[in-house]
Ligand binder design. Structure first.
Ligand SMILES: Cc1cc2nc3c(=O)[nH]c(=O)nc-3n(C[C@H](O)[C@H](O)[C@H](O)COP(=O)(O)OP(=O)(O)OC[C@H]3O[C@@H](n4cnc5c(N)ncnc54)[C@H](O)[C@@H]3O)c2cc1C
Length: 483
């Protein structure tokens, strides 16, 4: 890269706070690839580049690495897949780790990983816009830098930032430009430029909460699973858990173990499989079988064994989808639930499943009385929240002290990356697996294949090799380069 970088076009000037625009203060020219996100995917790319002697810059909005695992995951979280599948490239998990490492184990591993490969992300640095500038063949990445002295670093999510960004772009007058750049705001807008941009902000960047009517009326506590820490504070409480994926099941189990009464609202069909079959992990077994057998045959095998081990889940209100678990995952990205104990509690009635085939209904806590109603009378979908519970679409009401939305997450890439050719409306690469890791003009995406940590590691290795190749051509003078 040579010559002076021309100033960015005016459209890149951002206002992340909804106040008048803060002009870009600095332009940081990078000879290294820029990686957005210091979760497992971003770290895996940076480590793989480091092994090839290619430096990188990691920009992370949070106050440390692996924000999802440190701040947005519940206490009882264990990796759903065995450790052999979850370790990142070039560094194995310590031998003493259990087969299914806990959240704390995994965070510890990620810290050692960053240390081992000398990775030093820039924290408190939210990427709010990025576009390729053809005039200089560089990516221009606009960041808002939160100086971390005593301020929450994520007071605004990038999507909120982008919303206020577009609003302010409409309303900003010349007069107001620069007036908000008070030093006490501890904010700085920095533009990084580089020939390579790696998107590693994850499929779980922002929580998804359904827009239910009556949310303001509900007097109990209401939160997303990313804010749930432990069932301790729910002892004796009736808690509606909306969603029946791995998180919903884990939360119900945790609530039960802490003496709460969880009710799981199930909207769609779901595959529940035992975490292990024949003493080995179901995931590992499926991977082995797929080497020899067609996918549908493996699906049939998994479902037959699942029925033998955990019984007919439909009896407990968990209807199975028509497609098999692996085929469904491939087509829709929907992950099967790997049961770690919730199913036994559902079977024993300690977790109530609220869906059309439920046979029981609880009245509000004030009239704590059990009713039996006929099959099919309770509808699964919450229509609205009421002051003391939820109303279902058949008009019936149930009382709850708290509602937890285990309703998943979404990508935030479309809120900041301007490349609609490569990125879909859902914020993931449009190109289907396994080719979505590489876009045009030095753009890469890691961790968007719906294949968890194993998928992220596979992407990371390919991306690092590809970048290293072009980095080597661009900077042949760098002697310590290994490919
Ligand atoms: C509860 C839960 C349990 C899971 N368990 C497993 C499991 O057992 N096995 C498995 O394989 N997968 C699991 N997953 C999936 C899991 O999310 C990933 O495998 C893993 O965390 C993906 O890593 P990532 O780096 O792609 O994304 P993330 O871990 O989400 O990291 C993305 C990083 O980007 C940062 N970021 C986002 N936007 C910006 C921005 N605009 N500017 C700067 N930084 C930004 C975030 O703060 C974050 O640190 C689980 C997910 C959840 C929610």
């Amino acid at each position: 890269m040579s010559g002076r970088i021309p100033p960015p076009p005016p459209t890149v000037t951002v206002d992340p706070l909804g106040t008048p625009n803060i002009p870009i203060r600095r332009v940081a020219e990078a000879r290294s690839p820029i990686i957005v996100g210091a979760g497992p995917s971003g770290l895996a790319v940076a480590a793989s580049l480091h092994r090839l002697s290619v430096p990188s810059i990691i920009l992370e909005r949070s106050d440390g690495i692996a924000d999802l695992w440190r701040h947005r995951a519940y206490g009882r979280l264990f990796l759903h897949l065995p450790k052999a599948f979850c370790q990142l490239p070039h560094l194995a998990f310590p031998a003493h780790f259990p087969t299914y490492p806990s959240k704390a184990d995994f965070v510890q591993y990620l810290h050692s990983y960053a240390h081992h490969f000398s990775l030093h992300p820039i924290f408190g640095c939210t990427v709010v816009a990025a576009h390729f500038d053809p005039a200089v063949s560089l990516w221009r990445v606009t960041t808002v830098w939160h100086h971390l002295s005593g301020r929450p670093v994520q007071s605004n999510s990038p999507s909120q930032m982008s919303e206020s960004l577009s609003e302010s772009s409409r309303s900003t007058s010349e007069e107001s430009v620069g007036s908000s750049a008070e030093p006490e705001e501890l904010l700085e807008v920095v533009e990084y430029v580089s020939p390579w941009l790696v998107v590693a902000t994850g499929e779980n960047a922002e929580p998804v909460v359904p827009k239910l009517k009556g949310r303001e009326e509900f007097k109990g506590s209401m939160l997303h699973s990313s804010e749930y820490k432990s069932g301790k504070e729910y002892k004796g409480k009736r808690v509606l858990v909306v969603g029946c994926g791995n998180s919903g099941m884990d939360l119900c189990l945790d609530l039960c173990e802490h003496g709460a009464m969880p009710f799981m609202s199930v909207r769609s069909a779901v595959h529940v499989l035992p975490r292990e079959m024949f003493g080995t992990s179901t995931f590992g077994l499926a991977m082995k079988l797929l080497k020899w057998l067609p996918l549908r045959m493996v699906d049939r095998f998994l479902l037959t064994v699942a029925r033998m081990v955990i019984g007919n889940t439909e009896k407990y209100g968990l209807k199975r989808p028509e497609l098999g678990p692996l085929e469904l995952k491939n087509i829709t990205g929907k992950t099967p639930v790997l049961d770690v104990g919730a199913l036994t509690l559902i079977r024993n009635g300690r977790i109530q499943v609220v869906n059309p085939s439920s046979l029981s209904l609880f009245l509000p806590p004030s009239q704590a009385k059990f009713l039996t109603i006929s099959h099919g009378q309770i509808v699964l979908e919450v229509e609205s929240l009421t002051s003391n519970g939820a109303k279902f679409v058949d008009g019936r009401e149930m009382g709850y002290d708290s509602v937890v939305f285990a309703t998943g997450y979404r990508s935030n890439v479309t809120t900041w990356l301007q490349d609609s050719d490569f990125i879909s409306e859902g914020g993931k690469p449009k190109t289907p697996f396994p080719h979505g890791w590489k876009g045009k003009n030095g753009l890469y995406c890691v961790g968007f294949t719906g294949r968890g940590l194993p998928g992220a590691s596979a992407d990371a290795i390919k991306i690092a090799l590809d970048i290293a190749e072009s980095w080597k051509k661009k900077y042949p003078e760098r002697k310590n380069f290994v490919l």
